[in-house]
Design a binder for this molecule. Structure first.
Ligand SMILES: NC(=O)c1ccc[n+]([C@@H]2O[C@H](COP(=O)([O-])OP(=O)(O)OC[C@H]3O[C@@H](n4cnc5c(N)ncnc54)[C@H](OP(=O)(O)O)[C@@H]3O)[C@@H](O)[C@H]2O)c1
Length: 230
């Protein structure tokens, strides 16, 4: 049965892969982009599918913009994928950090997904099996050593904590919350040497999210549904 999904950051990369695959299989899709031009391009990419596809323009640092989009959606919303994210400033090592750039990255990668969850939650509470997936990264895992791109790693580690907190706080409402690692994917962010195509990652992520139940809430999973150490 068709479900209603919302994917943030759907104009390129993994979000685009998720949104177009979901449209192709006939789900109802809400998607966010950041400009009218991106909206037109995405609309063109999904035009051949008969799915209901709505595109909203907002930046995930903009709480009012996110809330306005949520007000336009008619629920119930089955799945929210907080996918949009950035890699942050050029200078981001522990010993030499672009502090304003790092703060901005936290605003986007850590607080942005939480803004989405808070705005879309009322629509999710009306679904039978509501699932929230926060797009994290293996680089945010405490089990992964290395310190390159420390602001990105720290922002994703903080997002993991938010995923865990949401899973705890929404259990009574029967909302499943997970953090996801999409793998290393060939996108603008992942670069051309990455392991996976967008389609390989997106197919696995959709299978993983399809299979989620409340028993999975609070897990950190990769695109093949395997546990990732926090
Ligand atoms: N690629 C990988 O190997 C990899 C690995 C681990 C985790 N991830 C995570 O997976 C997610 C998607 O990554 P990707 O590789 O597809 O990245 P990408 O190709 O760089 O695409 C990023 C998407 O996020 C949007 N975005 C960036 N800043 C935003 C903001 N302030 N507000 C709203 N949207 C914003 C972009 O929109 P614009 O086009 O307008 O900039 C774009 O749609 C990210 O959360 C990333 O951290 C990726």
């Amino acid at each position: 049965m068709a479900e209603h999904w919302f994917i943030s950051g759907a104009n390129r990369g993994i979000g685009h892969g998720l949104a177009t695959l979901l449209a192709a299989r006939g789900d109802d899709v809400g998607a966010s982009v950041r400009s009218e031009e991106a909206r037109e391009r995405l609309q063109h990419d999904v035009a051949r599918h008969r799915a209901r596809f709505s595109i909203f323009v907002f930046d995930q640092r903009d709480e009012a913009g996110i809330r306005a989009a949520a007000r336009e959606l008619t629920g119930p919303l089955d799945v929210l994928v907080c996918n949009a994210g950035a890699y942050g400033p050029q200078t981001q090592s522990t010993l030499d950090l672009d502090f304003p750039g790092a703060l901005d990255l936290f605003d986007i990668n850590t607080l942005g997904p939480l803004r989405l969850v808070q705005a879309f939650l009322p629509l999710m509470l009306r679904a039978d099996n509501p699932r929230i997936a926060l797009m994290s990264s293996g680089l945010g895992s405490m089990a992964t050593e290395g310190s390159t791109n420390i602001a990105y790693r720290a922002a994703k580690a903080a997002l993991n904590k938010i995923a865990q907190g949401l899973a705890h706080d929404l259990k009574r409402e029967k909302v499943t919350v997970v953090a996801l690692n999409p793998g290393w994917v060939r996108t603008d962010m992942g670069g051309e040497n990455a392991d996976l195509s967008v389609e390989e990652s997106a197919v696995g992520l959709i299978e993983t999210i399809d299979a989620l139940t409340l028993a999975d809430s609070g897990r950190f999973l990769d695109y093949r549904g395997r546990d990732v150490p926090w």
